[in-house]
Design a protein around this ligand. Sequence first.
Ligand code: HEM
Length: 158
Amino acid sequence: MKLEITPVVKGEKVHFKNPDPAFYEAIGGKEGMEKLMYSFYDKIYESDIAHFFPQDEEEFDEVKFKNSKFFIQICGGPKVYEGEAKGMDLDEYMVRLHDEFSITEKSRIEWLGTMREALEEVEGVDEKLIEDFWSYLDNFSKLTVNTFSDGSKYYANL
Ligand code: HEM
């Protein structure tokens, strides 16, 4: 399975495609997606980017819950996250939500590496579908990087 991380280039237009809904079906719909996302968040708390996330258990649970809802919707499941975006375009809302955190390429790589670990534990899903989901993550995550090695800030436009 090829789950590669391609580098972010400051200011460069990011092209991404939402995941194939066949991945959502193959992983087991809502329950399968929740399982993947909860496993991802358990690993996040052991990672180098744990400090970005709430240390309070209830707040952490809220992030986990909302995160699962987002991925259910973006992967072609029911539109359970819709209301969170307050009428904004979903992609735009998701990018802007990350603006308040100083996210570097290094943090993005740690985030993706953590997701890769969680995906490697998924059983019974066609590799091609996992690679398609990965391509969305690899590309979309570039839009969340806003802090660069020269110390400058740049907030991506869709
Ligand atoms: C494909 C890329 C990504 C997607 C789709 C994504 C999606 C999400 C979602 C759905 C949430 C919860 C939103 C809500 O509260 O309603 C969230 C929160 C968050 N994400 Fe991401 N994310 C991505 C990449 C990253 C990366 C690379 C980082 C790097 C550190 C990151 C850090 C965070 C943080 C710190 C929070 C909020 C925690 C809080 O509310 O305190 N995300 N993200």
